[in-house]
Design a protein around this ligand. Structure first.
Ligand code: NAD
Length: 461
């Protein structure tokens, strides 16, 4: 048994929250003191992006927009040439000379990340990890070996073994003094930070329940029809990564983590167990592994409940929001997607305009958290202040994973069980080549194994 990093570290987490809050609060606008190493010579900070798809292009754009340091993109790596090409063209058109990626620094293939990171300078530059989550530990490991600072997207793990591995890697990054940002960008939202402080100061009373919703029609690659004839099976699964639990943790981990994380943030704790249900209703010809609806009841160690509802179904009520119920009143943590948050506190539990006790504009306009998280990371590198969001990212990822596993197996899952879980969904991802077999195989009808709650009780498929 490994010691679970569950809820025993509330004190250190509070310290961390305080610290990240302080960094974020001074982030965008404050002047920075340049360490000698930057002041004396070329102070351009270079980045390389692994997986320049939708978010990789977005994160790179955020990096290049940072105002407190000259920034430059110098290398790119992807398994899909067309994705790299279109990302390069888009970024070059937008940022001109800040994009300095000649053909010899564009790398295609499963080992491309190493070559791209080899273009960066240890101790100075930043590797951007925006592939599907399954590859996070593989690339983080190499970035640490190379002494690079890192920005990585959420989720950072998809199962117990990858969560434990990321925790250990986080310690290795600290030992080398590396700074690591994790794309749970709403932790950098100043309005939510203000809300957190108000909840901590007792404005809504004791939290008695939290609710999170991510319910909308089918999105991204969570729904997939049969693999096109002739396409490489492994590349198909990576391209449709939300459809495959090994690659993304499924739509559960990849989408729901933000609402789950912001609820846990406001509670200032992580839940100790979860029970959940879900099912596949209108899947038509879809062959992926997801359920199209999930309902979860998480329990914190003081007995407080957190309810989460996820749905990918057309024609139903849509909601993308999180709430905290206190013994005195209600707080809205987010009201419509990630940003702007629409965070507010009501006088009681009735959600009418006349009942609003506090809302964000009183604390100034809400900055784009995707930009703020980058300014915070770069400032931490420049000022050499402690900055590592990985463990918190692992904990959020693990809490999402336990909800998913509870729904998929039909069992109550504890945080400690999930932490110690030995089912690695895709072992040896660091050894993949184009000829490797895909981690999950379809049956004769082209359908991949789907969870069967109550039948498969210990493994999801
Ligand atoms: N924080 C947020 O709000 C937010 C928003 C969107 C996406 N994301 C996260 O970003 C990540 C990527 O999501 P996306 O929507 O950009 O997906 P995407 O498919 O658009 O991009 C992923 C890219 O990675 C490439 N890739 C896959 N495996 C690779 C490998 N082994 N080596 C190199 N390249 C590889 C793909 O070819 C693709 O170009 C996911 O973890 C997702 O959860 C976060």
């Amino acid at each position: 048994m490994h010691d679970s990093p569950s809820t025993t570290n509330a004190t250190s987490r509070r310290g961390f929250l305080k610290q990240t809050g302080a960094i974020a609060a001074t982030g965008a606008l404050a002047g920075v003191t340049l360490p000698h190493v930057f002041a004396a010579e070329d102070n351009t900070m270079q980045v390389a992006v692994m997986g320049p798809g939708g978010r990789g292009t977005g994160a790179t754009a955020n990096a290049l927009r940072v105002e407190t340091a000259p920034m430059k993109l110098v290398a790119m790596a992807d398994v899909a040439e067309n994705r790299l090409k279109s990302a390069y063209e888009g970024l070059k058109g937008q940022f001109g000379e800040k994009v300095d990626v000649p053909e010899e620094r564009k790398f295609i293939g499963f080992d491309g990340y190493k070559k791209a990171m080899d273009c960066l300078r240890p101790g100075k530059d930043i590797a951007i990890l925006t592939t599907p989550p399954a590859f996070r530990w593989v690339m983080f490991k190499y970035a640490i070996e190379r002494g690079l600072h890192v920005f990585m997207e959420k989720p950072v793990s998809v199962d117990g073994p990858s969560a434990r591995r990321m925790f250990e890697l986080s310690d290795q990054a600290d030992a080398k003094g590396l700074k690591v940002g994790v794309g749970l960008m709403i932790r950098h939202c100043k309005t939510r930070q203000g809300l957190f402080n108000r909840i901590r100061d007792g404005e809504i009373g004791e939290i008695i329940a939290l609710r999170g919703y991510r319910m909308h029609g089918p999105v991204a690659s969570a729904f997939s029809t049969r693999k096109p004839e002739g396409e490489n099976e492994l590349l198909y699964q990576i391209r449709r990564f939300h459809s495959f639990i090994w690659a993304s943790g499924g739509c559960f981990n990849d989408y729901y983590i933000h609402n789950i994380d912001e609820c846990c943030w406001m509670k200032n704790d992580w839940p100790v167990e979860v029970q959940a249900s879900g099912g596949r209703h209108f899947r038509g010809d879809n062959v992926d592994q997801n359920f199209d609806n999930y309902s979860c009841e998480y329990t914190f160690k003081d007995g407080t409940k957190m309810f989460f509802y996820g749905r990918c179904m057309a024609g139903c009520h849509d909601e993308f929001a999180s709430f905290a119920h206190g013994s005195k009143s209600l707080a809205v943590i987010s009201s419509n997607s990630h940003w702007p948050s629409g965070a507010r506190i009501y006088k009681g539990h009735k959600m009418t305009n006349s009942e609003i006790a506090w809302r964000s504009p009183k604390e100034g306009p809400e900055l784009d958290p995707y930009q703020v998280e980058w300014q915070d990371l770069v400032n931490a590198i420049r000022n050499n202040t402690p900055y590592n969001e990985v463990k918190r990212g692992v904990q959020a990822s693990l809490v999402a994973t336990m909800g998913r596993k509870a729904a998929h197996t039909g069992q109550v899952i504890t945080y400690d069980e999930m932490w110690n879980d030995t089912h690695e969904l895709a072992p040896d991802l660091d050894k993949l080549t184009l000829n490797s077999p895909a981690p999950v195989l379809a049956d004769a009808n082209g359908r991949y194994p789907v969870p069967q709650p109550g039948v498969n009780k210990t493994r999801e498929y």
